[in-house]
Ligand binder design. Structure first.
Ligand SMILES: Cc1cc2nc3c(=O)[nH]c(=O)nc-3n(C[C@H](O)[C@H](O)[C@H](O)COP(=O)(O)OP(=O)(O)OC[C@H]3O[C@@H](n4cnc5c(N)ncnc54)[C@H](O)[C@@H]3O)c2cc1C
Length: 392
């Protein structure tokens, strides 16, 4: 039997997006907004089945450079707009983020980055220890050499985001959930559609937003993309009363947290080794829990009294230079939006806009020498380094 023979579809689209995580759904939404009428989203499982549902969801402009920061700024605008339109279902939570460094070398490494952000009009305030502790009375930062406050930062839940944009697009986009992509169909060197589950869909353009699975997806087609999945962890702790803490990123102790009422979502436990995206340990390591408890005790006045509520591990997709792989790749009509190195939620809505532009042959504001997928036409080995960490 030929591929697709005897199956129900063969339906034609202008663009097929593969992967219904934050990035794929953002791209579909932006394609719709940019006037594309026939869009399909193909997903192996359900909406937000991948890393998107496992993220802490911090949205911070204090990233590696001004382009990422502008992506975050734009994403925060989109998140705020959705929060206003879907109250009770989607929330842009928090009141800025505090980033702490307690080593002189870290402070020095941060200075040019902060200058670059200010250069493009982003606000980064420097706080004294007394100012920080006056504002967040449960915070302990006496040892900090520098404390930066980014007032526009916040946090979102990736799962909730995907659900509201899914609702927005219902009736305008066709969703094929539980349809794993098996093959990208080609005629010569040109994409003509996909085989996904029991359907064959045709389209001249296919955008892959398959996160940590991308290397496995492209490998059988002879494309060895340099993406490595790596594991990172979250634990959730409960205090006796609502905590007076900001969203925090501690650069030198190497963790972040998101306070939410009495709850603290604590993240780190990053492994610098490659994981198998089909077979990995999705629960916490004991050492991670112990280290989390110690760090909570160091930075939170009531950190000795918190109770562990639960936790999980998730995967992020590393690239050799820690920048995403965006735009055209391989056969004509194939595009990628992958490789977010542990901070894809904070960039997803804006990345979706840029990915949609690239799929439609328009210019992106992103410098393609840094973001263009074609900069890695084949496999290169590389060490996995920390994901969301603004100092390397
Ligand atoms: C513990 C943890 C904490 C994090 N914290 C943050 C944070 O605070 N802030 C932040 O910005 N980011 C954070 N991240 C990173 C963030 O989760 C990711 O960068 C982001 O979710 C990537 O979105 P995505 O859509 O590219 O990938 P995913 O959400 O993984 O989506 C990929 C989709 O592709 C689908 N797929 C795979 N193979 C196929 C196939 N063959 N056919 C069809 N579909 C397929 C998958 O099922 C999945 O739904 C965190 C990640 C983890 C693990």
């Amino acid at each position: 039997m030929e591929k697709g023979d005897g199956f129900l579809s063969g339906k034609a689209y202008d663009v097929i997006v593969v992967g219904a995580g934050a990035v794929g759904m953002s791209a579909a939404r932006s394609l719709l907004a940019q006037g594309v009428e026939r869009i399909a989203v193909v997903e192996r499982e359900g909406p937000a089945a991948g890393s998107t549902s496992r993220a802490a969801g911090i949205v911070s402009v204090l990233t590696w450079d001004e382009h990422d920061a502008l992506l975050v700024k734009r994403s925060a605008e989109i998140y705020r707009d959705l929060a206003a339109r879907f109250p009770g279902r989607f929330r842009y939570h928090g009141d800025g983020m505090v980033t702490v460094a307690n080593r002189a070398a870290t402070v020095e490494a941060m200075e040019p980055r902060i200058a670059a952000l200010r250069e493009v009009g982003l606000e980064v305030q420097e706080l004294s220890c007394a100012q920080a502790q006056e504002r967040w009375s449960d915070l302990v930062v006496e040892d900090a050499q520098a404390i930066w406050y980014t007032p526009g930062d916040g946090q979102v839940y990736g799962y909730d985001y995907v659900q509201v944009v899914l609702d927005e697009m219902q009736g305008q986009v066709d969703f094929y959930f539980h349809h794993p992509l098996q093959e990208i169909l080609q005629e010569g060197d040109r994409v003509v559609g996909v085989l996904a589950g029991d359907v064959t869909l045709s389209a001249p353009r296919v955008l892959l937003a398959t996160g940590v699975w991308t290397r496995k997806v492209l490998g059988p087609m002879g494309m060895e993309i340099p993406i490595k999945p790596y594991r990172t962890q979250i634990s959730v702790w409960t205090a006796d009363s609502p905590v007076r803490l900001p969203i925090l990123h501690d650069l030198d102790l190497g963790f972040y947290w998101v306070p939410d009422g009495q709850k603290i979502i604590f993240g780190d436990g990053t492994e610098h080794v490659e994981s198998d995206p089909y077979d990995w340990k999705d629960f916490n390591d004991e050492e991670f829990i112990l280290a989390a408890g110690e760090r909570l005790a160091k930075r939170f006045v009531h950190g000795q009294e918190v109770r562990l509520q639960g936790g999980w591990a998730g995967l992020c997709d590393a690239t050799p230079d820690r920048h995403p792989l965006l735009g055209a790749y391989g056969p004509e009509g194939l595009f990628l939006a992958v490789g977010f190195n542990g901070f894809g939620i904070m960039r997803a809505p804006a990345v979706g806009e840029e990915a949609a532009r690239l799929v439609l042959g328009k210019e992106s504001f992103l410098p393609m020498e840094k973001y263009g997928a074609v900069r890695f036409p084949s496999w290169v080995d590389f060490p996995i380094t920390e994901g969301f960490n603004v100092v390397s």
